[in-house]
Design a protein around this ligand. Structure first.
Ligand code: ATP
Length: 235
């Protein structure tokens, strides 16, 4: 579904990704694992078009995307749920969610999608639909961010640190939601501090260090790999 080949990405003169190569197949959950500053967020932002690689290629379902604007990439079927949620705090939950689908369909279709698909998955958001997004709890805000990402009916959902800053019980709820989304057939790319649980959820993972992939494999194998256990699982 997604093929990232040998991309180099810079912030000014500073190179953040060095020849990064990875792929995601349809129906998979793929995790990116790495220390702070390894380049995980940069990789996700480049895939969704917010950063442009200096060279290399990105193909999504056979189309080259590395020169496309982010909203065109959303229209092709990639939805990025950013680190830190990035909601519109002075708009209601419902308004935030409707915005997430504006590329995909007219308002009536989006209202219907909220009722039939989004609120059944996130019942709490129906209760809170008229509340200002900025007044929600951290966990509720993260649910809005994920639900808003789903509103464009993506084929690939990108999740950057969905459990960051949440209480342990809310983290568990977040993982349950991601499991349900994958059971519905969604392809998912995820970056998470919570490495053990993420590897238990994912099919495959890439370990990223200093802007490049240093290891990849089935998540179950990486969970038992000595380097991964020492560097990322604290064992
Ligand atoms: P974290 O888990 O801490 O978010 P990460 O693996 O997602 O880490 P990135 O945020 O992708 O890492 O950062 C990769 C490198 O790029 C780091 O050295 C970082 O300092 C640098 N970087 C990130 N954003 C910028 C920016 N806007 N301007 C300059 N350098 C940046």
């Amino acid at each position: 579904m997604l093929q990232v080949q040998d991309i180099n990405v810079f912030y000014g003169d500073v190179q953040a990704l060095h020849g990064l190569t990875l792929e995601v197949r349809e129906g998979e959950v793929v995790a990116l694992v790495g220390a702070n500053g390894a380049g995980k967020t940069t990789a996700l932002r480049t895939i969704s078009g917010m950063l442009k690689p200096r060279d290399g290629s990105i193909m999504f379902q056979g189309k080259s995307t590395q020169r496309l604007a982010p909203h065109h990439i959303v229209a092709l079927g990639i939805s990025h749920v950013p680190e830190g949620r990035q909601l519109f705090p002075l708009m209601s939950v419902r308004e935030n969610l409707l915005l997430g689908g504006h590329i995909a369909r007219a308002r009536g279709g989006r209202e219907q999608m909220l009722e039939q698909e989004i609120y059944p998955l996130f019942p709490r958001l129906r209760e809170r639909s008229e509340q200002l997004a900025g007044t929600l709890s951290g966990g509720e805000q993260q649910m809005v961010a994920i639900a808003r990402g789903l509103m464009s009916r993506p084929k690939l959902l990108i999740l950057d640190e969905p459990s960051l800053g949440l209480a342990p019980v809310v983290v568990q709820e977040m993982f349950r939601i991601v499991r349900r989304i994958r059971e519905q057939g969604m392809t998912v790319m995820i970056v998470e501090q919570n490495v053990t649980q993420t590897l238990q959820l994912a099919d495959r993972a890439y370990v990223i260090e200093n802007g490049q992939v240093v290891m990849t494999g089935a998540s179950q194998d990486l969970l038992h790999n000595d380097h991964v256990r020492q560097a990322y699982l604290g064992m």
